[in-house]
Every structure is written in structure tokens, then in C-alpha cells.
Design a protein around this ligand. Sequence first.
Ligand SMILES: *Cc1c(COP(=O)(O)O)cnc(C)c1O
Length: 236
Amino acid sequence: MSDTEKDILFNLEEVNKKIEIAAKKSGRRREDIFLLPVTKTMPTEKMQVVYDYGIKAFGENKVQEILDKYDKFPNDTKWHLIGHLQTNKVKYIIDKVTLIHSVDSEKLAEEIDKKASAAGIVMDILVEINVALEDTKFGIKLEETEEFIKRISKLKNIRIKGLMTVAPYVENPEDNRHYFRELRKLSVDIGKKNIDNVYMDILSMGMTNDYEIAIEEGSNMVRVGTGIFGKRNYNI
Ligand SMILES: *Cc1c(COP(=O)(O)O)cnc(C)c1O
């Protein structure tokens, strides 16, 4: 086994342990939390280690990267689009991804609906929320989320499965705890409204730096890149 392989397996075990501890703190079990390995910029050899370990799901933030890697994995692989999605690129991935985490406009929701309809499928989506109102981030404002969801819930070929956020980058992950708590509360509130076609059973929040806190506050899907693969090199 190569050192790289050993490192990835070691990291996966560590992340799993930490997920389990955080899950217990919030009265849940390890199995209640979905670990999504984030594989952007990672070569397929490294991704293969994760796949062989048994996690057959990858989070990518670019359409082109999904297209480049798609054929290199068996068709039981689940591809999640976690980055910003341009309307004109929906057509390339509509039949390839399992979950789109980053729906942040009505125009995008409508385009996904249209292309899903043409492909004869219903696409699962999450609504991306800009919890800290950062200019650099995409997403709907917390207070506009319910209205937004009500509007897009009328689209027949998308299924609204929950909410997603990319919290601010902070030195101390405790600083993000209140954002996670707010998003979880919003998810519960919207869930209680029993809006047709709205499920609110996925809460995609927490990355390498803050996934334990996110889980303690109710996340059930964490997106972990660096914590599994080590630092990304954007120059290759
Ligand atoms: C890159 C990325 C991640 C993973 O970030 P890490 O800090 O490496 O864990 C999670 N979510 C999104 C949307 C990303 O773009």
C-alpha cells in the first residue's frame, strides 16, 4: 500500500471517529450522518481509495470536473454537485448527478426542472443559504428562504430535499455554531409547514474546519475534502 493510500485511509478513520462522537453529542448515531468526500482537484487514483473503502459518493464543485471523472468510476458512484451551477451548464450534468446542493435562484431551479423533465427524471436538490450574508458567497438569505422554497416547490421535476450552507472561514469553528443552529432551526420550521414537494430531510453543513460543530448542531451531511485528502493544489 502506498503512503498516499495509507494517509487517506487513516484520515477516513479519524473523520469517522469524530463524526461518531459529534453525532452522540447530538443524540444520534454514526449512521445518521452522511460523509460526502469532496474530491475537487483530486486525481482519480486518490478518489479510488475512498471508493474502495466503501464510500461511493463524491462532491465536486465544477461541472467540467464531473464530466472529466465520470467515466472513470462504476455507475454505482453518486456524484454530488456542491459548487455554484450556471444555468447553461445544467444540461451537461442532469443525467449524471444524484443531488445538487447549490440551488440559489429561481432561474436555476426552473432550468433544472426543465432539463429533468426532458430526461424523464425528478432531480433532488438542496437550497443554498448564505447564512452570514457574505458578499463572496452564493445563496439565499435566511429570511427569504421560505418564500423562495414555496415558489420553486411548484416545479414538478425537482424535489426539495433540504438546505445547504458554506459557513464563513473562521479560525475557531465555534464561531460558526450560531449559524449552524439558525439553519437547523429554519429547516425544522420549514419542515413543519408541510409544503408539497418539500422534505427538509437533508441538512448539508460542515466542512473540514467545522464539521464536528455542524453535526452537534444538527447537520446530517458533511462535506469533507482536506480532512480526507490533505491540502488541495489548485495549480495542477
Ligand atoms: C471545497 C468545498 C468543501 C470542502 O472543503 P474542505 O475545507 O476541504 O473540507 C465543502 N463544500 C464546498 C461547497 C466546497 O466547495
